[in-house]
Ligand binder design. Structure first.
Ligand code: 3PG
Length: 309
């Protein structure tokens, strides 16, 4: 029986990515790819996943409802890094392997972080005098694939780069020319710019709070290409009110965006839609990796990128 790989993307992959994803299975009659793009109702997703053997998603919600609607699903691949949109407990209970494609869109996200940093440093291209990134201290809150790419680009800008990551050894961080700090408090106390690269989970949601933000030196900029949920919105309101130097740029807007923009528009920038990984290159990298991982799973039982072990 041909295995159906459903690609369910509210935010579609670039056409070139779809071509290359199809290319991975071009000589494999055992697999077919079906697209469900820009769907508007969960019911459409449920109907399409019913007879799928594999599912590829981006930020789309692989909820319990979707998983329960899938009659023969064996694998879900989040084409990207963060898998907070997969109900892992429901997947595990249904014996479905969940994977991500780590690193595949990291450069795209890192470049966006710099796009937003330059934009806010240059007063949102309004013509008002701004400031430069050179010589500023940049703190990477987590040093995974995206953090490392941000560090690489930051060196070109002449920034001093610091990082905090309890899961990466200081030796490894320092070997890449980045200063490892011992605590998250030290990172925020040291750096003018802090760029978030932590996942959204029960430990990290709302963890970026007033105490941390208020430690940042004058001219503070918080850069969020991670998840909006990790920043405490109450703290954000409080710090913007307390400090006229504090700025926040984020991919994407917090729930309280409209409220904040009324008073602090010149110190904020939010992307209209999550677009960190929205490049043809990132779509190709993550989409092709996802299809290859699915083929390797079915052909060889390869579970290298499984996240629900
Ligand atoms: C990720 O976790 O990989 C990024 O947030 C990209 O999300 P997207 O695929 O929805 O653009």
């Amino acid at each position: 029986m041909t295995k159906k790989i459903l690609v369910a993307t509210d935010k579609p992959f670039a056409p070139e990515a779809i071509n290359l994803m199809q290319g991975v299975i071009a000589n494999k009659p055992d697999f077919k790819i079906e697209l469900l793009e820009k769907y508007t109702e969960v019911a459409q997703f449920k109907a399409a996943v019913k007879d799928a053997d594999a599912l590829i998603i981006r930020s789309d919600l692989a909820s319990k409802e979707i998983i329960d609607a899938a009659g023969q699903l064996k694998i879900i691949v989040r084409a990207g890094a963060g898998y907070d949109n997969i109900d892992l407990a429901a997947a595990t209970a249904s014996k479905i392997v969940a994977m991500n494609t780590p690193g595949q869109n990291a450069n795209a996200v890192a470049e966006l972080a710099f796009g937003m940093m330059v934009y806010i440093a240059r007063s949102k291209f309004s013509g008002k005098s701004g400031s430069e990134l050179m010589g500023k201290k940049l703190g990477l809150h987590a040093y995974g694939n995206v953090g490392r790419n941000v560090a690489r680009i930051a060196k070109g800008f002449g920034m001093e780069v610091y990082a905090f990551d309890p899961f990466v050894s200081a030796d490894k961080i320092e070997a890449e020319g980045v200063k490892a700090v011992k605590s998250v408090e030290e990172l925020y106390s040291t750096c003018h710019y802090v760029s978030l690269h932590i996942p959204a989970n029960e430990q990290t949601k709302k963890s970026i709070n007033f105490d941390l933000l208020n430690r940042m030196p004058k001219g503070a900029v918080l850069v969020n290409t991670a998840r909006k949920e990790v920043v405490c919105e109450e703290s954000l309101k409080k710090i913007l009110a307390a400090r006229s130097d504090f700025r926040y740029v984020s991919d994407v807007a917090p729930g309280c965006a409209a409220d904040l923009e009324k008073d602090y528009a010149d110190r904020l920038y939010f992307t209209p839609k999550k677009l960190g990984a929205q490049t043809e290159e990132a779509n190709v990298n993550a989409g092709v990796a996802a299809v290859k991982q699915i083929v390797a799973f079915f052909e060889k039982g390869d579970v290298s990128f499984q996240v629900n072990k």
